[in-house]
Design a protein around this ligand. Sequence first.
Ligand code: NAD
Ligand code: GLY
Length: 361
Amino acid sequence: MRTLNVELAERSYPIHIGAGLIDAPELILPYLKTRRVAVITNDVVGPLYLERFAAGLEAQGLQVVRIVLPDGEAHKDWPTLNRIFDALLAARCDRGTTLIALGGGVVGDMVGFAAATYQRGVPFIQVPTTLLSQVDSSVGGKTAINHPLGKNMIGAFYQPRLVLADTQVLDTLPERELKAGLAEVIKYGLIRDLPFLEWIEARLDRLLARDPDALAEAVERSCRNKAEVVAADETEQGERATLNLGHTFGHAIETGLGYGEWLHGEAVAAGAIMAADLSRRLGWLSDADVARIVRVHVQAGLPVLGAPLGVARYLELMSHDKKVADGQLRLVLLKAVGRAVISAEATAEQIGATIEACCQA
Ligand code: NAD
Ligand code: GLY
């Protein structure tokens, strides 16, 4: 097992990474307030892992409330969030109950938000089961649900007590989801860790073949990057925004097409290429840099052209971005491969030209 720490003073917490960790409930016990937990999952992950995980907790003498939500990004919404509250209240869960998110980023983001708000805040633990959630969403305390006008628009910063990333459960992850997770792995290389990008470029075949050692290292190096950024800027006053490379374009795709049409990681991949193209237009990246960024996404089996929404619709959707300040759109761009900045320098014309050049006709 590999362990990292997210250093946030009294709210610091460990990230344990390793094969078979969902069968190690003893790792969870030290982080509980009482002997009552609610394990919240969905109707895809539940049949695969819920009983095994819950039985392990019960064998430790815990009382386990099981909550199963409908699967999918389209259900990251108020009605589904309410189902969590309904179940917690029906089971008379009190402030000592720890919520455990067993699933991908959708479950993790929703359970985190439920934990932040149920009875004004209860402890929670992340047990991420997708590559994307192991390398990104389970770490750092961003919790949210979607609004029809924008992704992740309703939420809270609320840190988990523990992240338990079992790399073995990635065996059952659909291929398309594995590739979507790689988009966020590549992101860390692009924004702040050139040696990691080189490592990824050399190991994409092994990652796609689910080589356990390669996956565990990718999760660890991704989480190390994320933990450093979160420790420096927990509530995204500055540097943390660079973790959103490709997300402003990507969120426009997800919202514009309807949640769930493109996977989040797919939209982030196409968005990262748009950000690279725009960085080239600003004179920061060379043609060869952009070609390299396209190549690594192609090798990972990710889309490299955005959805055909049209320039006007992209700009309208992007105007809802959380990085808009005083009405001005700020984008995460690349000063160099391995160095991201937050910039308002691109003009609407340049952004439009990028959208024209980097989206399906
Ligand atoms: P997801 O949660 O929808 O999971 C993808 C699919 O895989 C789902 O159908 C899920 O049920 C299934 N699944 C999960 N684990 C499985 C397993 N082990 N075996 C088989 N199937 C499994 O999607 P995701 O990519 O994990 O997360 C995307 C979400 O994360 C988006 O809503 C995005 O906004 C959010 N996100 C949040 C942050 C953050 O910092 N909070 C960061 C990045 C992304
Ligand atoms: N995924 C972006 C962040 O956690 O800040």
